[in-house]
Design a protein around this ligand. Structure first.
Ligand SMILES: Cc1cc2nc3c(=O)[nH]c(=O)nc-3n(C[C@H](O)[C@H](O)[C@H](O)COP(=O)(O)OP(=O)(O)OC[C@H]3O[C@@H](n4cnc5c(N)ncnc54)[C@H](O)[C@@H]3O)c2cc1C
Length: 315
């Protein structure tokens, strides 16, 4: 592209891509483990990247131009998922558009109505360290502090976490429960999408090819209580089931790890109503080595009750 230097950043010839993800496939949890680099030894996969062009634009407009220049261009945020996915040959972009220089995407700010705006390039560690978050919606920092380890939290971004929409990620259900809205920019302009419509499938969101998520807006708490409970594979590990809930009169519950996208359920905030509402959602989670579908269904009910009870007591 004119005026933008593209750099060769890799060393191996392109093998054909493997079959694309099937959004509703029960395989998604195994894919997750591969994308986090955990399955490398047993899968015996190479660790070097395929050949890929690299660009580091200095403005959102320039980034959009680059993304639009190649159907197989991808944004690079913290690289904690996409680089692992590329190493595993589960994706092979032609061009990585690094968002690291886009300072307009990093701030965490308070809106006039007392809500929060999280720049897409704010890292998980930025969330944890933000005094605005601590004061207005501490659940965001609490949940971010449970994700993986300090290296991942220092590099991984809010935008990358929600745009990858790995079904076991912590932030997608939290964004759905809090009623967040996502701001997306592209050639067609700027639009906002409620979080419950943003997540479309495994690794698929409303931010389409050639588009960027620029920020996530969290409404003011205004007496709303928040809760998040999960059962994970080890301490700070990948979720087996994650549940986020808010209570403001009614309970709003978002369940992660049980389907390709967070499942949203609303209910009265007492234990019996929550259990019945989650049961009534007809969850059909996958079974894998970490837990059967039946166990995940059971966890969803129990963790929803705990998340709602916590939200009720913290509002
Ligand atoms: C070992 C390990 C364990 C992990 N465990 C957990 C866990 O338990 N829970 C959890 O929630 N997360 C976990 N993660 C994920 C991590 O928290 C990051 O959120 C995640 O890797 C993506 O963030 P990133 O900034 O690195 O995105 P990247 O890897 O750079 O990008 C991910 C995807 O999002 C797209 N993208 C990124 N930003 C934008 C944007 N602004 N607009 C449009 N598209 C964009 C990219 O093109 C790419 O497709 C783990 C990661 C690792 C490596």
């Amino acid at each position: 592209m004119e005026g933008i230097e593209l750099k060769k950043a890799a060393f191996l010839p392109h093998p054909p891509d493997p079959a694309p993800f099937l959004p509703d496939s029960p395989e998604f949890l195994h894919r997750t483990i591969a994308s986090r680099g955990l399955g490398r030894a047993c899968l015996n996969l190479a660790v070097l990247l395929n050949e890929v062009e690299y660009a580091r634009p200095e403005s959102v407009a320039e980034a959009l131009e680059l993304l639009a220049s190649n159907d197989n261009a991808r944004a690079l945020a913290g690289g904690q998922t996409i680089i692992n996915v590329m190493k595993q040959r589960a994706a092979s972009p032609d061009l990585l558009v690094d968002l690291a220089e886009l300072e307009e995407l990093t701030p965490i700010t308070v809106t006039e109505d007392g809500g929060l705006e999280l720049g897409a390039m704010a890292t998980l560690s930025d969330l944890i360290g933000s005094s605005e978050v601590k004061e207005r919606r501490p659940i965001l920092a609490e949940v971010a502090s449970r994700i993986a380890d300090v290296q991942v939290r220092n590099r991984g971004t809010v935008g990358g976490n929600v745009c990858s929409n790995d079904p076991t990620n912590h932030l997608p259900p939290l964004m759905v429960a809090t009623g967040a809205t996502m701001t997306i920019v592209g050639a067609g302009g700027t639009r906002t999408v409620p979080a419950e419509d943003f997540f479309l499938g495994v690794y698929m969101t409303a931010a389409g090819p050639g588009e960027l998520l620029t920020k996530v807006s969290i409404p003011p708490a205004g007496g709303t209580g928040d809760g998040f409970f999960s059962v994970t594979i080890g301490n700070e590990g990948t979720g087996i089931v994650n549940v986020a809930a808010t209570v403001n009169g009614e309970a709003r519950i978002a369940i992660g790890c049980v389907a390709a996208v967070p499942v949203l359920v609303t209910s009265r905030p007492d234990d019996d109503s929550v259990r019945e509402a989650v049961r009534g959602a007809g969850l059909d989670p996958p079974s894998d080595v970490h837990g059967s579908g039946e166990y995940r269904r059971h966890l969803a009910e129990v963790l929803a009750q705990r998340a709602v009870a916590h939200a009720r007591s913290s509002g």
